[in-house]
Write a protein that binds this ligand. Structure first.
Ligand SMILES: C[S@@+](CC[C@H](N)C(=O)[O-])C[C@H]1O[C@@H](n2cnc3c(N)ncnc32)[C@H](O)[C@@H]1O
Length: 373
């Protein structure tokens, strides 16, 4: 209890935790019940394995109650595929939901089940549905959530399809990122419902967006402050990249922007991704020269190389889409608006399109990629 209370104090101080009801959840739900004994913690940007047996119980519990993400599963490339999200972010997102008594909530990405249990404690488990795509992760979460006596609806499956059996929902919250808002979420929400999700893409730009559902297939919303990132929903992950690098054919022209200034900047990366939503960005390192930036779009079969030539940057583009031209245009627009953070952007969703705009709904805008779901 002492550690849970001290976490709640810390989250109150950081302004992530604001209301007494969520505070009670944080003080009651034991995060350690949701973690396996072998996990990974971030040390200087690397996921370092740690185990409860090696650390000893006291140090382990201190780690568990730090406001940090703990990775619980990695893939063969060492990339995180499931985690217990940092509690400050979990709670901040729950606060953003503005829950009212009796609201029915759908969560996408059960993960360890910690956030699911916080919601069960706050709302009552009968109002909570949570979906996890990974069967092993789902099984472990179900055991942990049920071990605390909660019986929410736990589904193993693709959360991008929602769960029609529990619809309509008053709130949908996603703890994995999506490239666009799945139609099923809009269909399964009540008019006036809130959807809270992180939009992302294959250049790793992220924006947390809070939307109000206006009717079947329609919603509007704005992006929230801060720097939120999540692992991508598995069906929205980038297809395996083609290891063969495209040639450098094409007439070179001087680039009007330094590409390092784009992909080293949080919001510029987001703007570039909006402008080229099916494009991967790769920094290609060379033994004997400066790194080059490569853009590839497998959908339109287009690519662009941006290379330093000693005086500045030169771009060579090929394929039906001029990827770098689209990025330059978007970044110049954003520059002209004073380079605002994501919170200056909003979204309008209609049955036909999902459009992210800058400033106002009639300001500059970009369509999100349309996918089968
Ligand atoms: C950051 S973790 C969730 C953290 C969790 N809310 C917690 O507090 O522990 C993201 C989870 O989303 C899951 N996921 C990815 N794609 C999904 C999908 N399409 N449907 C449901 N879950 C998905 C991953 O397997 C992973 O467990």
């Amino acid at each position: 209890m002492r550690l849970r209370r001290s976490l709640a104090d810390q989250l109150t101080e950081s302004r992530d935790l604001r209301s007494p009801l969520w505070r009670r959840s944080v003080e009651t739900v034991p995060r350690e019940a949701f973690l396996p004994d072998d996990v990974f913690r971030d040390v200087d940007g690397q996921w370092e394995p740690v185990s409860r047996a090696q650390m000893g119980d006291e140090a382990w519990l201190r780690l568990v109650y730090e406001d940090r993400t703990i990775v619980t599963q990695r893939n063969d490339f060492g990339e995180p595929t499931s985690s217990s999200t940092l509690p400050g972010l979990v709670v901040r997102m729950l606060e953003y939901l503005d829950l009212r008594e009796g609201d029915k909530v759908l969560e996408i990405g059960t993960g360890t089940g910690y956030s699911t249990a916080l919601m069960c404690r706050r709302l009552g488990p009968e109002l909570v549905t949570s979906i996890e795509i990974d069967p092993d992760v789902a099984e472990r979460a179900a055991a942990a959530v049920r071990g605390l006596g909660h019986e929410p609806e736990l589904i193993t499956g693709d959360g991008l399809q929602g769960h029609p059996g529990g619809a309509p929902y008053d709130r949908i919250i996603a703890t994995c990122a999506v490239r666009h808002i799945p139609r099923a979420w809009l269909r399964q929400s009540r008019t006036g419902a809130t959807i809270l999700a992180t939009l992302s893409g294959w250049q790793h730009g992220f924006g947390l967006v809070k939307m109000t559902v206006d009717g079947p297939g329609s919603a509007h919303g704005t992006f929230l402050p801060g720097h939120v990132s999540f692992m991508m929903a598995r069906p929205h992950q980038a297809p395996p990249s083609d290891v063969r690098l495209p040639g450098r054919a094409g007439t070179p022209r001087a680039a009007s922007l330094d590409p390092n200034d784009i992909w080293e900047d949080w919001t510029a990366t987001w703007v570039a991704q909006l402008a080229t939503p099916d494009t991967h960005h790769t920094l290609v390192l060379a033994d004997d020269g400066p790194a080059e930036h490569l853009l590839t779009d497998h959908v339109s079969q287009s690519w662009a190389w941006i290379s330093a030539n000693g005086e500045g940057w030169v771009v060579r583009q090929n394929g039906p889409q001029r990827l770098w031209d689209a990025i330059e245009e978007a970044i110049h627009l954003w520059d002209g608006a004073g380079r605002p953070h994501q919170s200056a952007f909003g979204i309008t969703i209609t049955p036909g399109a999902q459009r992210v705009w800058l400033g106002t709904p009639d300001g500059p805008s970009w369509n999100l990629p349309t996918c089968a779901d």
